[in-house]
Design a protein around this ligand. Sequence first.
Ligand code: NAD
Length: 384
Amino acid sequence: MAAFQTLASATEPVRMVLVGAGGMGKQWIAALTANADVDLVGVVDLDMDAARAALDAAGLDGTPVGTSVSALAAETGAHAVVNVTVPVAHHPVNVEAMFAGLPVLCEKPAAPTVSLALSLAASAEAAGQLLMISQSRRYYQSLAAFRSEVGGLGDIGMVTTEFFKAPRFGGFRDEMQHVLLVDMAIHAFDVARYLVEQDPVAVYCDEFNPSWSWYRADAAATAVFELSGGTRYVYTGSWCSDGLETSWNGSWRVSGAGGTATWDGEGQPTVERVSASSADDAPTATAVSESADAAAAGPEEIAGSLAEFVSALRTGETPSGEIHSNIYSLAMVEAAVTSAETHQRVLIDDVITAALADAKANERNDAVRAILEGWESPAAIGKR
Ligand SMILES: NC(=O)c1ccc[n+]([C@@H]2O[C@H](COP(=O)([O-])OP(=O)(O)OC[C@H]3O[C@@H](n4cnc5c(N)ncnc54)[C@H](O)[C@@H]3O)[C@@H](O)[C@H]2O)c1
């Protein structure tokens, strides 16, 4: 049985309300209108003019707008919600939607803190609804091919990501604390989990601001994670690195018992396998190849997460970004920030344990608090 309510019809287009008509909301309008399995039936924003302007720009004037997700969903007969508001609004909007009987596909990060993300996971259980976090950088055909090659390398020793970009954003990012770790690194951390199918155990992170940085706070970091299978994941990134920039997905290398695979974050991966005919022989390289596109063609980026969300609602199959599992990606960020601040190695379980105590103390909804009280340790939260 599905852990969440599925749709009554497996063929009828899913009627969806979009919440948040900002920069990313406009991209979601394009993704929603391009998907034949979905009908965009309304747009919610605190700023109704922004909602109307976004719809006008897409040639969708006449689509209903409002400021309340539950009210507009009831008015339009919506089946589901996409939440593309700012991170601080993710918790209240998701909770309102789920308790109005609507499943939610929410932009990353799930919430500003692990504590609030735990409240969201318990709220999803209390409401019996699917809450999926859209980690759009999981959805690339070349990443699927890379993952398939990594799966053939046997035990994995190390995974590395190098992320070097030099964007001049202007605005809030130039001022925010831990800008690289909080605003960007979650994408790579989440992909690392997806790639080797292991969860994070601990992290040591060093963060600093290069002398020429145009950011007020630290915009460069190296984080070394221990993962549950013993693999070490090393992320090195900078957001003020002009010249020879990497792709937005970063450059990846995976070193395993059976060889090495690399991915530049854009093109097809490359793999070199080794084999030893007997235990005494030195391994010999057998092939350096551009990976064949092993993965089935499928939609990429937010179109990919939208397709997985719709499929989950129709089949009851748990999607990869379901909130319980996504908490571990958010916890990687929070643990890396704590490590950078304290100069100590930080255990992921300690981060989740502290967040759980905080969530229990601050939860106002009785049904949600009862579920949180039933979670005595990080292991009890479970994954779906
Ligand atoms: N996946 C990606 O690559 C990617 C890229 C950019 C942004 N994002 C994420 O998308 C989300 C939105 O980012 P953005 O750049 O579009 O932000 P934005 O500030 O441009 O837009 C946010 C919109 O939400 C509205 N809003 C805020 N609180 C609201 C509430 N309570 N109810 C209704 N509307 C509300 C604002 O009025 C604004 O129009 C963030 O979570 C961000 O991290 C993801």
